[in-house]
Design a protein around this ligand. Structure first.
Ligand SMILES: Nc1nc2c(c(=O)[nH]1)N[C@H]1C(S)=C(S)[C@@H](COP(=O)(O)OP(=O)(O)OC[C@H]3O[C@@H](n4cnc5c(=O)[nH]c(N)nc54)[C@H](O)[C@@H]3O)O[C@H]1N2
Ligand SMILES: Nc1nc2c(c(=O)[nH]1)N[C@H]1C(S)=C(S)[C@@H](COP(=O)(O)OP(=O)(O)OC[C@H]3O[C@@H](n4cnc5c(=O)[nH]c(N)nc54)[C@H](O)[C@@H]3O)O[C@H]1N2
Ligand code: SF4
Ligand SMILES: [Mo]
Length: 707
C-alpha cells in the first residue's frame, strides 16, 4: 500500500489528506492529517469517503470529436490539431472558463494561453457565480479580496457572525472548529439567514431575515452600534476614510425601520449589533487581549441582484468596529471550491493579471518582458456576460475547463439555447457532463489524484497536491493539454512556442511566484519541507501571514461605502407564483452532482431532490412529507420530494441545485445579474409547488413542459 499526502479536492477549507493506494493503483481509503493546520486532523464525509469518483467507469479516457452529430473517440494529435485550428479561426470571438477544481499551475497556464496566444482577457471562472460581489466590494474598500483571518481565529473569537452561509453542510470542518469554540471556549454565535441552519442550535441570536434584506440588517446593526457609542473611534479616525458620507446614509434610517424591512424584532437586531461590536471577554482570554468578532459570510449575501451592496454593508460594519487586523477577528468570505482562491490569484479573471494586478503599464510590463509580447489592456468579459454575448456573436468559440455551466448557470433552457449557438465548443473535464454533451471536442483531463500541483484554500494557505495514481486512460493534466494547444497556435500569432515548454508544475509555480508579489517567497521546495504556507509571503525567508491588515490595508485606508437597502429581488411573487425559491447546497452533494452522483455512498444518502417546504404551505397545497412534488417558475420546472420543515419560513422553498433524476433547480432560476459583479440572482425567484399527481392537469393547462 502506497501513502501519498495531498489536499482534499472538494471544498475551500482545504483539509490535508493521505491517499492510500492499493496494488491495482486505486484509492482504497483516505486518512486525515493531524498536523495540517487548516484541518487539524479532521475530514468530512466527502473528504473521507468521496474520492472514489477518480476511478469511476464513466471517466473520459480518450479525446472525443463530433463526427456526423456524434462524439467519437479520437487520437490526441487529431483532437489537438483541430482545436488549435478552430481557436485560431475564431480568435477575435473567443472566451474561456478556467477551473477552480484544477490546480494553481493549471489555472496560471490557462490564463497565460488566453492572454498571450488568444490575445484577449476573456477568461473567468466560477467565482463569478460565487464570491465575485465579495471580491468586488473588498477590493474597493480594503484593496484585497481574500479572507483576512485564519480558521484558528474562529477559535480565538469571542463572537462569530454567520451570514448567508451553512458551514455545517458546506464547510464542515470549519463548522467543527466553530462548534468546538462555542462548546468549550464560550464563543458567542449570531446567525443571519432566512432558513434555520444546523448551526442555529448553538446560536445566541438567530436573525431569520427576509431574503434580499441584508443591507437593512447590517445598516440596522451599524445604527444600533452608533446609538450606543460602541464604534471604534480611534480605528475609524486612523485607518479609514469616507466615514461622514456613510454616516449620513445610516442616519437616514433607524434600527426599527431596518428591522421592519428585514422582518426582524428590533431588539434582536440591536442586540446582534452590540454583541458584534463589543463581544465579551472569555474566561481563557488574558487581561491584555481585546475580545474580537469574526464576520463570516457566503452565498446568501452574494447571490442577489444587490450582492455587492450586501457585501459593502458587511465590510462597513467591520470598519466601524475595528474588527480586523488582530487575532480572533476578521472578515471571511468562506471560499467555495477547493481552489477558487487560487484560480483567482493565478489570474483567471477578466479584470486583472495574476495577483489581482490591474492592466496598467507598470504592472503589465513584467509580464510582457517575461512572455515576450504585448498584452491586451482591455477588460475581458465576465463569465455570465460571455454566455449572454453568444447571442450577438461576440463569443463564437469557447474553451470550458473543469466547469459545467449547463447545470450551474441560471435559467438553463436559455443558457442551453445560447451554448447551442456557438460555432465551436471545447470541454475539458473528467466526465461527459451536460455541457460536454454539446461540445465539438471533448478532452479528457486528469483528476487531482493523477497530477502534481498546489491548491490555495480559504485561509490563503497554498498546499501541495501530489500524484498518487497513474493517469486514468489517456487523460492528461490540464496544464499539459493547454500547453499542447498553445504551442500549435503560437507560430501563427508570432509568439515563441517555448513559452509553453514547462518541465512540470514546479516550473510553472516558479513563474507564477516570480510574477505575483504576494507569492514571491513560495516554492515547491519550501512547501514540501514546511507544509502549506499562507500568502502574502513576499520573500523566501518570510513565514507567511496568518491574518491581514494589522498595520494598514493594501489600498492604504479602509474605505466606507454608503449603501441603502434597494429592491429585495428582481422577480416578485404573485398569485400564480406565490412562493420564493431559495437554492443552495446539502452536505452529500457537490453542485450539479457531476462528481457526487458518481460516489455510490453519497448518492445512496440523497437520490431525489429534497424540496424543503413550510408546514403551512405544504398543508395548503395538500402535500405531506415525502410526497413527490413539482416546482414551477416562469422558466421551467423540477420534480423532487417534499421535505416538510419549519426550517424554512412560510412562503419560501429551499432546494439544493444538484441534478437528480433529470431535475435541476437551475431550470427555474432567473438570469438577472448584480450590476457590478454580474453574479446571478440564484437565491430568489418566484415559484409555485404542487403535488406531482397534478402533472397531467398542468400539461392540459399548457404549462411549460420542457424537461
Ligand atoms: N456539500 C457541499 N459543500 C460545498 C459545496 C457543495 O456544492 N456541496 N459548494 C462549495 C461552494 S463552490 C460554495 S460557494 C460554498 C457555498 O456555501 P454557502 O454559502 O454556505 O452555500 P449556500 O447553501 O448556497 O447558501 C448559504 C445560505 O444562504 C442563505 N440565504 C439565502 N438567501 C439569503 C439572504 O437573502 N440573506 C441571507 N443572510 N442568507 C440567505 C440560504 O438559506 C443558505 O443557507 O460551499 C462549498 N461547499
Ligand atoms: N441555483 C444555484 N446555482 C448555482 C449556485 C447556487 O447556489 N444556486 N452556486 C454557484 C456557485 S457558488 C458555483 S461555485 C458554481 C459551481 O459550478 P461548476 O464549477 O460548474 O460546478 P462543478 O460541478 O463543481 O464543476 C466542476 C467540474 O470540474 C470537473 N473537474 C474536477 N476536477 C477537475 C480537474 O482537475 N480538471 C478538469 N479539467 N476538470 C475537473 C468536474 O468533473 C466537474 O465537471 O455553481 C453556481 N450555480
Ligand atoms: S471540509 Fe471541505 S476540504 Fe475538508 S474534507 Fe470536507 S470537503 Fe474536503
Ligand atoms: Mo462557489
Amino acid at each position: 500500500m502506497k501513502r501519498v499526502a495531498s489536499t482534499c479536492p472538494y471544498c475551500g477549507v482545504g483539509c490535508g489528506i493521505v491517499l492510500n493506494v492499493d496494488e491495482a493503483d486505486r484509492i482504497s481509503w483516505v486518512d486525515d492529517v493531524p498536523e495540517n493546520p487548516s484541518s487539524d486532523g479532521m475530514l468530512c464525509v466527502k473528504g473521507r469517503f468521496g474520492t472514489t469518483f477518480v476511478n469511476h467507469p464513466d471517466r473520459l479516457t480518450t479525446p472525443l470529436i463530433r463526427r456526423n452529430g456524434n462524439l467519437e473517440p479520437a487520437g490526441w494529435d487529431e483532437a489537438l490539431d483541430l482545436v488549435a485550428a478552430k481557436f485560431l479561426e475564431f480568435r477575435g470571438a473567443f472566451g474561456s472558463f478556467a477551473s477552480a477544481k484544477a490546480t494553481n499551475e493549471d489555472a496560471f497556464v490557462q490564463q497565460k494561453f488566453v492572454r498571450l496566444v488568444m490575445g484577449t482577457n476573456n477568461v473567468d471562472h466560477c467565482t463569478r457565480l460565487c464570491h465575485s460581489p465579495s471580491v468586488e466590494a473588498m477590493l474597493q474598500q480594503l484593496g484585497s479580496g481574500a479572507t483576512s483571518n485564519s480558521y484558528s481565529d474562529y477559535e480565538d473569537a469571542s463572537c462569530i457572525v454567520l451570514v448567508g452561509c451553512d458551514p455545517g453542510s458546506n464547510h464542515p470542518v470549519v463548522a467543527s472548529r466553530m462548534r468546538r469554540a462555542i462548546d468549550s471556549r464560550g464563543t458567542r454565535l449570531v446567525v443571519v439567514n432566512p432558513r434555520r441552519i444546523e448551526m442555529c442550535e448553538r446560536a445566541d441570536i438567530f436573525l431569520q431575515n427576509h431574503p434580499g434584506t441584508d443591507v437593512a440588517v447590517f445598516n440596522g446593526m451599524a445604527r444600533a452600534i452608533l446609538d450606543a457609542g460602541l464604534q471604534d473611534g480611534a480605528f475609524v479616525a486612523s485607518r479609514t476614510e469616507g466615514f461622514d458620507a456613510w454616516l449620513a446614509a445610516i442616519r437616514e434610517t433607524t434600527v426599527e425601520d431596518c428591522a421592519a424591512i428585514a422582518g426582524l424584532d428590533a431588539a434582536d437586531l440591536r442586540a446582534a449589533g452590540l454583541l458584534y461590536a463589543d463581544p465579551p471577554r472569555l474566561a481563557w482570554q488574558p487581561a491584555d487581549w481585546r475580545p474580537g468578532s469574526c464576520l463570516v459570510w457566503g452565498m446568501g449575501v452574494t447571490q442577489h441582484t444587490n450582492g455587492t451592496d450586501n457585501a459593502h454593508s458587511l465590510l462597513n460594519l467591520a470598519l466601524l468596529t475595528g474588527q480586523v487586523g488582530r487575532p480572533g477577528c476578521g472578515v471571511s468570505p468562506l471560499r467555495g471550491q477547493n481552489n477558487v482562491q487560487g484560480c483567482g490569484d493565478a489570474g483567471c479573471v477578466p479584470d486583472s493579471l495574476p495577483g489581482y494586478q490591474r492592466y496598467e503599464d507598470a504592472t503589465i510590463r513584467p509580464f510582457e518582458d517575461l512572455w515576450g509580447a504585448e498584452l491586451s489592456r482591455d477588460q475581458g468579459l465576465k463569465a455570465t456576460d460571455m454566455v449572454e454575448q453568444i447571442a450577438v456573436g461576440a463569443i463564437r468559440a469557447m474553451y470550458i475547463v473543469g466547469e459545467n455551466p449547463l447545470l450551474s448557470e441560471p435559467n438553463l433552457h436559455h443558457a442551453t439555447d445560447l451554448f447551442r449557438k456557438l460555432d465551436f465548443l471545447v470541454v475539458q473535464d473528467l466526465f461527459l457532463h451536460e455541457t460536454a454533451e454539446l461540445a465539438d471536442v471533448v478532452l479528457p483531463a486528469c483528476s487531482f489524484a493523477e497530477k502534481d500541483g498546489t491548491f490555495t484554500n480559504s485561509e490563503r494557505r497554498v498546499q501541495r497536491v501530489r500524484q498518487a495514481i497513474p493517469a486514468v486512460g489517456e487523460s492528461r493534466p490540464d496544464w499539459a493539454i493547454v500547453c499542447e494547444i498553445a504551442r500549435r497556435i503560437c507560430p501563427n500569432v508570432e509568439i515563441d512556442p517555448r513559452q509553453f515548454d514547462y518541465e512540470g508544475p514546479a516550473a510553472i509555480f516558479a513563474e507564477m511566484a516570480r510574477l505575483t508579489p504576494f507569492l514571491r517567497g513560495l516554492s515547491y521546495e519550501r512547501l514540501d519541507a514546511e507544509g502549506g504556507i499562507q500568502w502574502p509571503c513576499p520573500e523566501p525567508g518570510h513565514p507567511g501571514t496568518p491574518y491581514l491588515y494589522a498595520e494598514s490595508f493594501p489600498r492604504g485606508l479602509g474605505k466606507f461605502v454608503p449603501v441603502r437597502q434597494g429592491a429585495l429581488a428582481d422577480e416578485e411573487t404573485d398569485a400564480e407564483y406565490p412562493l420564493i425559491l431559495n437554492t443552495g447546497r446539502i452536505l452529500y452533494h457537490w453542485h450539479g452532482g457531476t462528481i457526487t452522483r458518481r460516489v455510490e455512498g453519497l448518492l445512496d444518502r440523497v437520490g431525489v431532490i429534497p424540496v424543503a417546504v413550510h408546514p403551512n404551505d405544504a398543508e395548503s397545497a395538500g402535500i405531506a412529507d415525502g410526497d413527490p412534488v413539482m416546482v414551477m417558475s416562469r422558466r421551467g420546472r423540477l420534480s423532487g420530494e417534499a421535505l416538510v420543515t419549519d426550517a424554512v419560513q412560510p412562503g419560501a422553498l429551499f432546494v439544493p441545485f444538484v441534478k437528480l433524476q433529470d431535475s435541476a433547480a437551475n431550470f427555474l432560476t432567473n438570469n438577472v445579474y448584480d450590476p457590478e459583479s454580474r453574479i446571478p440572482e440564484y437565491k430568489v425567484c418566484a415559484v409555485r409547488i404542487e403535488k406531482k399527481r397534478e402533472r397531467k392537469r398542468m400539461e392540459a393547462a399548457g404549462e411549460p413542459s420542457r424537461p
